[in-house]
Design a protein around this ligand. Structure first.
Ligand code: NAP
Length: 283
């Protein structure tokens, strides 16, 4: 690509940021859209975040994505955040409009988009979410806004599931259960979503007896490395439809691209770039 005095700068703040796949994915999307811009990784420690945000404004950086561990802290330095980011208490996309910073969170809606891409309609469905961390919160919030009938949250630390269900119940009734109950309730849901990190390592124990999964359940694991976790393998062997976390990663990025550039991105191009990047990392 040719960089000139007119080339816009975008990027991602994270700590560490080396592992991020966003530069690959967003650069491919910029190129495909013919936008004269670069997208670069910025390693920003939490202590330096305020200075980095000042620098972003001072240098006219057009927008950034934000990843762990800065998604919550950055809110203090923004001028506006949207309703979703406010509920989440976390921002993954910041747009610089004439020196004012606007914060958004595209994780949950990106997740719902990834199911739509697989022709899974969430409206009226009963959903079991395993995990009660940041991604569970984003996913549950977007699912409720997309008309699911019921959500049950199961988490190792039951109090966290209870607390998240309590916050979400301001929108719609959401229940919490302990992980120990999973075997007895797992057949009562249309969609089952693993949002824990269990399954990233081959040695990870099962969250419940996966052989109890019914063929008519849609099973989603938001892990994308490995592509197919033990949960997805067993669910597939039981005849269930399975979806991994790659779609969520792509669609949260596609929504961020739209916010930052006011243009649609090519999801296919982003996917190809990610697959190439992940392949290089020997998944
Ligand atoms: P988080 O906020 O730290 O939450 C982690 C969750 O996992 C908590 O509910 C935690 O339970 C549970 N957990 C961790 N170890 C466990 C174990 N050994 N047994 C049972 N539960 C366990 O993390 P997060 O940001 O939500 O991310 C979680 C996963 O989602 C990660 O694997 C991450 O890579 C993936 N992710 C994917 C995408 C995507 O785009 N596809 C986006 C974001 C995250 P406790 O509350 O009991 O600790």
């Amino acid at each position: 690509m040719k960089i000139t005095g007119r080339t816009d700068v975008y990027g991602i703040f994270g700590y560490p940021v080396k592992h991020s796949l966003s530069p690959l994915m967003q650069t491919a999307a910029f190129e495909a859209a013919g936008i004269d811009a670069v997208y670069v990784p910025f390693q920003v420690s939490p202590e330096n975040l305020e200075k980095a945000v000042d620098g972003l404004k001072a240098m006219g950086i057009r927008g950034i994505n934000v990843t762990v561990p800065l998604k919550e802290k950055i809110i203090h330095f923004l001028d506006f955040i949207d309703e979703t980011a406010e509920f989440m208490g976390a921002v993954n996309t910041v747009k610089n409009v004439d020196g004012k910073l606007y914060g958004y969170n595209t994780d949950g809606d990106g997740f719902v988009d990834s199911l739509k891409e697989e022709r899974i309609e969430v409206g009226g469905k009963k959903v079991l979410i395993i995990g009660a961390g940041g991604s569970a919160k984003a996913i549950a919030y977007s699912l409720l806004r997309n008309g699911v009938e019921k959500i049950v949250i199961a988490n190792r630390t039951f109090e966290k599931a209870e607390s998240l269900a309590g916050r979400l119940s301001k929108i719609e009734m959401v229940e919490a259960v302990s992980l120990d109950y999973l075997n007895s309730v797992v057949d009562k849901f249309d969609i089952l979503i693993n949002t824990t990190s269990v399954g990233m390592k081959e040695s990870d124990p099962s969250l419940f007896d996966y052989s109890l999964i019914k063929p008519d359940t849609v099973v989603v694991d938001i892990i994308y490395k490995p592509f197919e976790t033990e949960l997805l393998k067993v669910a597939k062997s039981k005849g269930a439809k399975t979806i991994n976390g790659l779609g969520m990663l792509i669609h949260q990025g596609a929504r961020a691209f739209k916010i930052l550039t006011d243009m649609e991105s090519s999801v296919e191009v982003m996917k190809d770039a990610l697959l190439e990047g992940l392949d290089g990392r020997n998944i």
